[in-house]
Ligand binder design. Structure first.
Ligand code: UP5
Ligand code: MG
Length: 229
């Protein structure tokens, strides 16, 4: 298992998930013929969660938000990762992938149908190249990535607006600036990598929720993914 090094100043130098990750396996934990994984990526505030809610209704996806899973783990009493996750999220940094992948994999196991099939929309992950390679090889090969393309000024306005009521520790000017930098420097390379493989469904995330969703549906259809009803 790769070593996990929290950033300097963080209290937990011994982050080791327990039990061991499936990452030690030589083949993915889930068969991509039975389990469909679609990622939805985009900058902070691009509308990943909003569009995911609609996709769940029409496409029968199980929605797994990496950020939501991390926040739930952060708040879980007794979690050994709570403080560490909080620091990373506040600073707009990417939590060590072992934690996130394990949370996702556990959630996928919990949501599989009885016949071993599943259809997952994974929101806000992978957002770093190491996570992408690790998940694709050890958990499940993804079908495609929906990329919500949105300018920073639009995202900032949405986030500051949401910050009035969200209670999220990262919905403030300082954290938003850090999140944007991390997205450009660390997460865009993931999108570009999948784009080179022809596996990105790119949609402009400017406009009303409905307009954006219509474009998502059109682009998914062009990639052979249709609603379930
Ligand atoms: N809104 C949405 N669409 C709109 C539209 N068309 N017009 C007007 N308003 C619109 O939307 C944001 C706000 O905008 C909402 O108020 C919405 O109503 C409005 P939302 O759908 O929530 O956008 P989303 O892209 O989901 O924004 P979010 O803030 O969740 O994105 P982030 O990527 O920043 O957050 P996430 O939860 O994915 O990650 C948070 C942190 O977790 C990361 O910064 C990182 O520290 C950590 N993390 C990891 O370390 N690893 C991971 O793999 C994932 C996360
Ligand atoms: Mg979100």
């Amino acid at each position: 298992m790769p070593a996990v090094l929290p950033p300097t100043g963080l209290p937990d130098p011994t982050l080791q998930p327990d039990p061991p990750l499936t990452s030690s396996n030589t083949s993915p934990a889930f068969d991509a013929d039975k389990v469909t994984v679609v990622y939805i990526l985009g900058g902070p505030g691009s509308g990943k969660g909003t569009q995911s809610a609609r996709l769940v209704q029409d496409y029968g996806f199980v929605h797994l938000s990496a950020g939501d899973l991390l926040r739930a783990e952060q708040d879980r009493s007794g979690s050994q990762y709570g403080q560490l996750i909080k620091e990373y999220i506040k600073n707009g940094q990417i939590v060590p992938m072992e934690v996130t992948v394990k949370l996702l994999e556990n959630a996928m196991h919990g949501k599989m149908a009885n016949d071993g099939t599943g259809r997952f929309l994974i929101d806000g992950f992978p957002r770093k190249m190491d996570q992408a390679a690790f998940f694709e090889s050890s958990v499940c090969h993804s079908r495609c990535t929906i990329f919500l393309d949105c300018p920073e000024d639009v995202m900032k306005e949405r986030l500051l607006n949401r910050g009035k009521t969200s209670g999220r520790i990262d919905d403030n000017e300082e954290s938003i600036k850090k999140r944007f930098r991390t997205f450009v420097e660390t997460s865009m390379p993931v999108v570009e990598h999948f784009e080179k493989e022809g596996r990105v469904v790119k949609v402009s995330a400017v406009g009303t929720e409905q307009e954006i969703y219509e474009h998502v549906v059109e682009e998914l259809a062009a990639h052979g993914i249709a609603p379930q009803k």
